[in-house]
Ligand binder design. Structure first.
Ligand code: NAI
Ligand code: 15L
Length: 282
């Protein structure tokens, strides 16, 4: 047996909450976390603006558009923690991002304040710092350098949740998720990849650490190549068990060598640094 692995698996997933609200439950990560997060609570309340199907055992469904304050308030009522994944997850016109990611976040935290919810895990993004170079290693103390309207909205979420911690004592983990998909899709994701199981481990650590405060943590697996130093988040107790490295050879074989002068290869944000928010605008 690998002793390192044996140590890691001792960081167990615990039931720490009675009812957790999962927003964005219809999305890619919501779908992956839906079965996993049931281990963390008695009841998992699923919310999204889209349908999530019928509630299964240990679940409730309460749909809400984040732009609708009353609907969000009802979704939050009765929960004792929130895992907030809902919102626009790519670059888009500012007006759309403003409704879902900025106004929506205000509605969520106001509801949390009114209903006494004391802990939130907020799906932030690596695009808060997408204009740092891939040749740099950064910590959570580096100032934001967003690469898109989307990244700016996540930076807003980090500041907004800090205010609700300082003013109202609501603890938040801002998880700057790298790339959480079944496998790394390209060479950049060999650095940014976060497996679904490690995402669940990280969220579980955020939910169960005794004192969370307001924390920023990079959401990545144990990848050999990394641009992010999580030493400011040791108190969360996240120990990744997966690694993009097992996909390395296959990714190199199926992808071309990038032009190192191309911005998408220079900056950590990859394609987001060139994304056109107006592309799909009427
Ligand atoms: P996704 O786009 O698949 O899911 C987002 C969900 O939010 C969707 O089901 C959508 O219907 C819902 N949503 C959008 N606008 C809404 C609104 N106004 N009201 C209520 N629900 C709304 O995205 P994914 O990949 O599941 O990501 C989840 C979260 O994690 C997002 O906040 C994203 O920004 C963040 N994230 C994800 C990463 C990844 O690699 N998958 C990387 C970094 C951050
Ligand atoms: C994100 O923030 C996006 O939500 C996700 O779809 C990926 O593009 C990811 O970042 C990434 O940087 O790979």
């Amino acid at each position: 047996m690998n002793p390192q692995k044996a140590t890691n698996t001792m960081v167990s997933i615990r039931k720490t909450h009675q009812k957790i609200l999962l927003t964005g439950a219809a999305g890619g990560l919501g779908t992956a976390l839906r079965p996993r997060l049931k281990a963390n609570c008695d009841v998992l309340r699923l919310s999204d603006k889209l349908g999530v199907g019928e509630a299964e055992a240990g679940e409730e469904v309460m749909l809400a558009d984040l732009a609708d304050a009353a609907a969000v308030n009802a979704a939050v009522a009765g929960c004792d923690a929130i895992v907030h994944l809902g919102g626009i997850s790519v670059e888009a016109p500012f007006e759309a991002i403003m409704q879902a990611n900025i106004l929506g976040l205000y509605h969520l935290y106001e509801a949390a304040r009114q209903h006494g919810v004391k802990r939130v895990v907020f799906a932030s993004s690596n695009h808060v710092v997408g204009f740092y170079k891939q040749s740099e290693t950064i910590t959570a103390d580096h100032p934001p350098r967003p690469d898109s309207f989307y990244g700016v909205s996540k930076a807003f979420g980090e500041d907004f949740s800090r205010f609700y911690f300082d003013r109202y004592g609501i603890e938040t983990a801002c998880v700057r998720i790298g790339s959480s998909f079944p496998e790394p899709r390209d060479r950049r994701m060999l650095a940014t990849w976060l497996s679904y199981d490690d995402l669940h481990r990280l969220i579980s650590a955020c939910l169960s650490t005794p004192v969370l405060g307001h924390s920023i943590v990079f959401g990545m697996s144990d990848n050999a190549v990394t641009w992010w130093d999580n030493s400011r988040a040791r108190h969360i107790g996240y120990v990744p068990e997966d690694s993009a490295d097992v996909f390395r050879d296959a990714v190199f074989e199926r992808t071309a060598t990038p032009d190192v002068n191309e911005p998408t290869a220079v900056y950590q944000g990859g394609a987001f640094v060139r994304a056109d928010p107006f592309k799909n605008k009427a």
